[in-house]
Design a protein around this ligand. Structure first.
Ligand SMILES: Cc1ncc(COP(=O)(O)O)c(C=O)c1O
Length: 382
């Protein structure tokens, strides 16, 4: 492996949200979804060249970025997109909010699978719209839809279906059959699908592939908003940028109109970093996947040996959704943080307090130390 993911780098002095969260300095922060890895050297080089130029004025979207993005989507997901379909936005969460504003009229609601990354439920609330949750069942550690429940819960006022694929927090990579079923249900009920595919480049499970919802068929393409971006793949969360891919012209124009004057323009540096990422950082990306697979293997082997804890995935990403329901602990996240000094994300934040979410996008030595602490805390439990 060419790139070194073992380096331990202090992040507190950069006001890292992840590293400033816990007042107890002993706690290893493993919650919010960014990784403790230096981003690809090609990105660092491009950024420093741009800094050296020294002028940071208003900037057009580089057509070279759009071109390389289209090429990557074709190459990685076999989906041919047109440059006119892409609306560059400052981040995925912004994209979810504009989707609500655009698709839902007053009185209309969104369907949100749960557990899920909280901005999916916050977006309708921010736009003064409602939502209905459909529960994802934990089937042997894989979060899956209950399609019958989806059908029952979809009332006539539901006009937007929020999909998170790969799923956060569960890491599920939805397969063609599952996606087709969602597509059929949404077509029948005339519902637009907003598919957040921010984690699409991080498939870990051998044999699985990411299928963009919109690539299923022409109807899905014309009735969807797909959100993709470089922030999770290349560890660029501090540079908000994402692409909303909206093939339907009318929907796209509405989306752009709803962004106007409210949504900030995209940072000069975010453009530079994204273009360098998509153009030159393929080797770093494949090294990253190998590293994450190895971290996942260590986690799976050791976490499942701890009585009461269960982990099966994730199929994609660097977030482990650990089932603690058999431990009998009322608030497992508190136990991890206070007794093991491992700063996990409380499952309650995503909609299920019986789970914790642990970010394993960190050097292996840090992960091993965290697991050792978890093992010790559970073995000493009275
Ligand atoms: C599914 C999903 N969408 C969006 C985001 C955040 O995107 P951004 O930081 O670009 O707003 C995250 C971050 O964890 C995420 O997991």
């Amino acid at each position: 492996m060419k790139h070194d993911f073992d380096q331990i780098i202090s992040r507190k002095q950069t006001h890292s949200t992840k590293w400033l969260k816990f007042s107890n300095p002993e706690v290893i922060p493993m919650w919010i979804a960014d990784m403790d890895f230096v981003c690809p050297p090609e990105i660092l080089r491009a950024l420093s060249e741009r800094v050296n130029q020294g002028i940071f004025g208003y900037t057009d979207t580089p057509s070279s970025l759009t071109d390389i993005f289209i090429e990557r989507v074709k190459e990685n997901f076999d989906w041919t997109i047109d440059k006119d379909w892409i609306v560059w936005i400052p981040g995925g969460v912004v994209g979810l909010n504009i989707a609500c504003k655009t698709v839902l009229a007053p009185g209309e609601i969104a369907m949100v699978p749960s557990p899920v990354y909280p901005p999916f439920t916050e977006a309708p609330e921010n736009m003064e719209r409602g939502f209905v949750k459909t529960h994802l069942n934990d089937y042997k550690g894989r979060l899956e839809f209950d399609m019958e429940a989806v059908k029952t819960l979809l009332t006539d006022d539901c006009k937007l279906f929020f999909l998170c694929n790969p799923q956060n927090p569960g890491g599920t990579v939805f397969n063609k059959e599952e996606l087709n079923e969602i597509a059929e249900i949404c077509k029948e009920k005339n519902i637009i699908v907003c598919s957040d595919e921010i984690h699409a480049d991080l498939i870990l499970e051998e044999g699985l592939e990411h299928i963009p919802f919109a690539s299923l068929n022409k109807y899905s393409e014309e009735n969807s908003i797909t959100i993709m971006g470089p922030c999770k793949t290349f560890n660029l969360a501090g540079f908000p940028i994402a692409a909303a891919i909206i093939p339907n012209q009318e929907l796209r124009e509405d989306y752009e109109r709803n962004s106007k004057g409210i949504v900030a323009h995209i940072d000069n540096m975010a453009f530079v970093a994204s273009e360098a990422a998509y153009t030159d950082a393929q080797e770093w990306h494949s090294n990253l996947l190998e590293y994450l697979k190895s971290n996942r293997k260590i986690l799976l082997e050791r976490i499942n040996k701890i009585e009461g804890l269960t982990l099966r995935g994730p199929e994609a990403g660097f977030l482990a959704w650990i089932d603690c329901s058999k431990t009998g602990i009322e608030t497992p996240a508190d136990f991890f943080i206070e007794e093991a000094k491992v700063g996990v994300h409380d499952g309650a934040f995503f909609g299920d307090k019986r789970y914790v979410r642990l970010n394993f996008g960190c050097p292996q030595s840090v992960l091993e130390e965290a697991i050792s602490r978890i093992e010790k805390a559970f073995s000493q439990r009275k």
